[in-house]
Design a protein around this ligand. Structure first.
Ligand SMILES: *[C@@H]1O[C@H](CO)[C@@H](O)[C@H](O)[C@H]1NC(C)=O
Ligand SMILES: *[C@@H]1O[C@H](CO)[C@@H](O)[C@H](O)[C@H]1NC(C)=O
Length: 286
């Protein structure tokens, strides 16, 4: 009952926006006995987004005939006309719609809607509308590309936008990058600290211990977006590690052992030799 009221309200609202001719909600009924059987409306219409790459997905309504097709339209918020998405006008069950090019302004709100129709288009379903989608705040910000190298008692940290498949998209993503949340972890003893820097490609983490390995995890922060995924840890030595004193001790010990065995060998062999000589000489001198 509540759902019907809601739908009615939506319809009235749309009518008010002057959008009436575009509502072909129920099926176009006709055919036998004036019976009116609309197609089931699609369900779970949602937009997912990773690094500003947007994908619309949906499920067919229950008991949707197998040869049903689906069409997608989008609405820019504050504009009142729905626009057909080219390339998504004849989807079948299981297909998704790539909205990356269509929802191209990250700061603009959008909605999408999906309708089922029969191949000969004499039957359609009601439209199912997605939630409002704002690319800037709804996209998942993936881990950036990171590289770390030592600079004495510091680390140089390079952070760049991960290479996606579109140049335009990379530029927009870079525009969204606001801050870097950096987590630093000293490998030897697990000492760790956090650091927030304004986003730039080249960064320096100073006041570190020389000759020690640190691991760095980077998360990109974006305004009004809490969907950032941290990078994996990237590790580097601040400067080449000194040869550990323990190694020196082991080397010396090894050297002493070799010399020791050699001396023992000499002594034993020498002893045997002199004993042999002694035995050979003994009978003659007796
Ligand atoms: C739609 O058209 C097909 C063939 O063109 C027909 O068999 C079917 O009855 C029609 N369905 C409706 C609901 O009008
Ligand atoms: C979606 O479209 C964008 C822009 O054309 C493209 O870069 C991206 O690879 C497409 N994604 C998929 C999953 O096809």
């Amino acid at each position: 009952m509540g759902l019907w009221m809601l739908l009615l309200l939506l319809l009235l609202l749309q009518f008010h926006l002057g959008n009436a001719p575009r509502i072909e909600s129920g099926g176009k009924c006709g055919g036998l006995n004036g019976l009116c059987v609309a197609l089931p409306a699609p369900t779970k219409v949602s937009i997912s987004s990773f690094n500003l790459e947007h994908t619309l997905s949906f499920l067919p309504g229950p008991e949707t005939p197998p040869d049903t097709h689906f069409t997608v339209q989008i609405l820019r918020f504050r504009k009142s006309t729905w626009k057909l998405v080219t390339g998504c006008s004849e989807l079948v069950v299981g297909q998704t719609c790539n909205l990356t090019r269509v929802l191209k302004d990250p700061f603009q709100s959008y909605q999408a809607r999906v309708q089922a129709f029969t191949p000969n288009q004499n039957q359609t379903s009601k439209w199912t509308i997605s939630k409002r989608f704002l690319p800037q705040s709804d996209t998942v910000i993936g881990p950036p590309d990171v590289s770390v190298s030592g600079c004495g008692n510091c680390l140089l940290l390079y952070v760049t936008v991960p290479k996606t498949s579109g140049l335009q998209q990379d530029k927009q993503l870079q525009l969204l990058y606001r801050d870097l949340h950096i987590h630093v972890h000293r490998t030897r003893d697990g000492v760790q600290f956090k650091l927030n820097l304004e986003y730039k490609e080249e960064n320096m983490i100073s006041y570190l211990q020389p000759g020690v390995e640190y691991c760095v995890t980077v998360t990109v922060a974006v305004f009004f977006n809490s969907n950032s995924v941290p990078s994996k840890p990237f590790c580097a030595f601040t400067s080449p590690p000194p040869r550990s004193s323990l190694n020196v001790v082991f080397c010396l010990l090894g050297a002493f052992c070799v010399i020791g065995f050699f001396l023992i060998g000499v002594v034993v062999y020498g002893g045997q030799l002199s004993y042999e000589l002694l035995r050979r000489r003994l009978p003659r001198s007796l």
